[in-house]
Design a protein around this ligand. Sequence first.
Ligand code: MTE
Length: 318
Amino acid sequence: MLIRRRAGWEIPESQATPEAVFLDRRQWLAGGAGLMAATALPRDAAAQGPDPTLDLYPARRNAGYTLDRPVTDEELAANYNNFYEFGTSKDVVAAAKRLPTRPWTIAIDGLVEKPFEIGVDELIRKVTLEERLYRFRCVEAWSMAVPWTGFPLKSLVELARPLSGAKYVQMQTFMNPRVAPGQSQRWYPWPYTEGLTIAEASHDLALMVTGIYGKPIPNQHGAPLRLIVPWKYGFKSVKSISKISFVAERPKTFWEGLQASEYGFWANVNPEVSHPRWSQASEQVLGSRERRPTLLFNGYAEQVADLYKGLEKERLWA
Ligand code: MTE
């Protein structure tokens, strides 16, 4: 299929994938061997049965979020993923199926009135799901446009009741090397961790995502709960979240822990600030021959630029 072959436009992964700089050949081989052994295990989470929130889909589309380009073909988006827990290629669908996504609990802790745990289905039924069309721009210079289903992250912030000392929201992916063989590769700083300031997390565009294309989200896209922050590079949009902590200090994020010179905390999209190894001026739209000019804040500048007033001295762009 088209997506399995490298199209002429693609940046070779050796140049563009975030991991390429720091992995030496021995690590690659060791990682690959571990991956194959673990994928051969018989257990498959597909036996879980239908999603318990299926009745909530498709959710009402919020007409306030429109696109300047066609929606990406569902099959293409679903087969071109970054999910390092399940391998470093874009082809993680089969490996990610091994992740059991029910029961699934999210721990809310840190600087909150009262730490608690909540089952993902209970959480989803406490909020109102809606569908939004968003652009999505990966730091590797490809992009897509997708109908996500979810709820504003700010409603989760309200539910958590953070204390005044909380300045950041840190989000972590599950940790289970038995089902996610990538997590056995110890040179990565697992679990995958991301973070936003409270102001960013309270911005209306920051979405907790539970579905895509009018259905519950499939594992490779980050089931059962992931973040989408469309004005930032895609690596900020952490998948399969199991813990949300309200903290006073800026969290050290996964990619920053790995290669701080290339991936920082803010990671706002800016066509004028190149990645150290490639330009960010344009992007390859998935499923098209077209390269489009990349937009400041991925086209959301009008909505989010104010968040960064007074922060001009920070490394806001990568
Ligand atoms: N979250 C986790 N836990 N692990 C990952 O490897 N990759 C990130 C982000 N979230 C990643 C993750 C990157 S680099 C991108 S571009 C997006 O997920 C890809 O999302 P998609 O596969 O749904 O398109």
